[in-house]
Design a protein around this ligand. Structure first.
Ligand SMILES: [Zn+2]
Ligand SMILES: [Zn+2]
Length: 273
């Protein structure tokens, strides 16, 4: 079986060699997921230093929604890992989503993880994301374990895809990213709570902000399952997507999650267009 896999990869390499999207190097001995952006180029992608308010996009400590902007969104904040204007980032996102290359979720989630850990000071978002995670000593781990019962949990919710779109693409890019993040930070994923009702037009095909907001309104619904709802109630949620454009999708998801009792709801995306 292993040999068969090797032969398959060997043939695929010849037919479709994977070159790093940035330096075009072909890493022959690496796993496919490590080849789309080679480790050297991955390290060089800068993460966002200053986060911004999701609504007005002006500076805001740690990406928190300004008090004055709160009426515009149900999101408590948004964490953006890097910049869409970096060509390698936008190209990777595009290949991930539209060329159906699911291996690209690996470098993208590496960027997400690095951006969360690579800050001088931990803010509100880190409090949520790192509630179960520690790079410290074992004592610290025990401390965190003790605190866990007292504190709210943080649940990861991927932005859902409509079934039709899922069948077409074969995977939900937001779910794949969520898996990496959840594994790294020891958080639970809940992907059977929020669903997409209508097969809305892809947001990218609509130009006006107002139309985008209208297009997404009422597009999500919450599962009737009580156990699933219980998972969210009084807990914090991080909604994950690959890119955020107008905030309409994340805001709509946050609104639904708060309806079933989520405490703080934050968005986490690779980049903002
Ligand atoms: Zn490279
Ligand atoms: Zn603002």
């Amino acid at each position: 079986m292993k040999n068969l896999e090797k032969i398959k990869n060997f043939i695929l390499d010849i037919l479709f060699p994977i070159r790093c999207l940035e330096c075009e190097i072909e890493l022959e001995n690496a796993e496919p997921k490590e080849r789309w952006i080679c480790p050297e180029c991955l390290k060089k992608i800068r993460t966002r230093k200053d986060q911004a308010c999701p609504v007005c996009e002006q500076f805001s400590e740690g990406g928190k929604t300004h008090y004055r902007c709160e009426k515009e969104t149900a999101l408590d904040g948004l964490w953006v890992a890097t910049e869409y204007k970096y060509e390698v980032v936008s190209e990777a996102i595009h290949k991930f989503k539209f060329d159906f290359i699911c291996d690209i979720c690996f470098p993208l989630s590496e960027i997400l993880i690095r951006s969360i850990l690579e800050v001088d000071e931990y803010d509100d978002f880190q409090d949520l994301a790192l509630v179960n995670f520690s790079q410290e000593s074992e004592e610290e781990e025990i401390y965190i374990e003790e605190q866990k019962n007292k504190k709210a949990e943080t649940i990861i919710v991927p932005v859902p895809l409509h079934k039709k779109r899922y069948n077409w693409r074969g995977f939900n890019q937001a779910f794949l990213l969520s898996e990496y993040i959840a594994r790294k930070f020891k958080l639970d994923i809940c992907d059977n709570l929020l669903f997409r009702k209508r097969n809305t037009k892809p947001q990218t095909t609509i130009k006006s902000m107002k139309e985008r907001r209208e297009n997404i309104k009422g597009a999500f619904f919450i599962s009737e399952c009580l156990d699933v709802k219980k998972m969210i109630k009084n807990n914090n949620v991080i909604i994950i997507d690959d890119v955020c454009t107008t905030l309409a999708t994340l805001s709509e998801c946050a609104k639904e999650l708060k309806r079933v009792g989520a405490k703080n709801v934050w968005g986490l995306v690779v980049a903002r267009r």
